[in-house]
Design a protein around this ligand. Structure first.
Ligand code: ZN
Length: 300
């Protein structure tokens, strides 16, 4: 009996930690931080503002890459397998990959940061191809939700709730960081309103239609060069050039992530300049400020 009992005890001692491991929720990183994966760099800024030292953030679409055609590297799938939360935002590559991310990590909690944001339709190319058939789907919803301070506040709140729910012991920290971030966003918004208050022309041309929410928030009008993700035809370019000349538009926004060829062509035909702005810069707050400053300067 004694012998059997001893065997049982040893067995128990071995078994208990195994059972505990198997039953515990997804273990935190050895550092104790919450590991999070996001799709694009501005989301990294958001999560770090709210999570501070309590989070480690992996980003799928790195600097200079673009989220419409992105495919993850094996090393990124590996990093994903250690993540506790994936914050989605609705960029194009997520359509193809989110289910595979979930398959690769069954415990991964998916949090949709576009929740609570009312999406607007993509800008139609009314100004330069009224008669042309294009492959741009009118009524398609604009995925660039993060390029708006008002939307940014909603995204920040969603992230803070998810981090708190995942790590309730630190919820006060997340809440304090959220409050400080929301105050910064409010003053950013005030600053942008002020800088754009006295401009004379409210129309701007952009290669990629990323600034629809920004235009909505600040009473601007975005005119896009790109048609359904493609470079415009010669006739479309010519129509856009005459529209710009008639309406006194002297600059074109383009992005470092895309070809600037069409933007440069138009800029030279309207005696204007190309202004490079990125929708994907990591330092979201300063990037929004500098985009607004560039627009205010160019539109005054
Ligand atoms: Zn885009």
């Amino acid at each position: 009996m004694k012998y059997n009992h001893k065997i049982f005890s040893i067995f128990s001692i071995l078994l208990i930690p195994i059972l505990l491991l198997a039953c515990s929720p997804k273990p935190a990183a050895s550092s104790g931080k919450t590991i999070v994966t996001v799709s694009i760099l501005p989301q990294k800024y958001f999560v770090e503002r709210i999570g501070g030292d309590l989070v480690d953030v992996n980003v799928m679409v790195g600097p200079g890459e673009e989220p419409h055609t992105f495919e993850p590297q094996p090393s990124q799938m590996e990093a994903l397998s250690n993540s506790q939360i994936y914050f989605t935002i609705g960029v194009e590559f997520e359509d193809a990959w989110l289910s595979r991310f979930k398959d690769a990590n069954a415990d991964l909690e998916m949090v949709d940061t576009s929740a609570g944001i009312e999406k607007i339709a993509m800008t139609a190319e009314d100004h330069h191809d009224e008669d042309a058939e294009t492959d741009h789907e009118h009524g398609e919803l604009d995925p660039h939700i993060w390029l708006s301070p008002a939307n940014g506040k909603i995204i920040a709140q969603t992230i803070a709730s998810a981090l708190s729910a995942n790590d309730p012991l630190n919820s006060n920290t997340y809440q304090e960081n959220l409050n400080a971030f929301l105050m910064d966003i409010d003053s950013l918004d005030q600053e942008i309103q002020t800088s754009l208050a006295s401009i004379s022309n409210r129309q701007f041309i952009t290669f990629h239609p990323a600034w629809g929410y920004f235009a909505r928030d600040y009473d601007l009008e975005q005119i896009t060069i790109e048609v359904g993700g493609n470079e415009p035809s010669a006739a479309e370019l010519a129509n856009l050039v005459s529209y710009a000349n008639e309406n006194n538009i002297h600059f074109v926004l383009a992005e470092p992530e895309f070809s600037t060829k069409a933007a440069e062509t138009i800029a030279s035909e309207i005696n204007g300049q190309v202004i490079l702005v990125s929708p994907l810069a990591e330092d979201w707050l300063n990037n929004m400020r500098s985009v607004a400053q560039s627009l205010a300067e160019a539109l005054k």
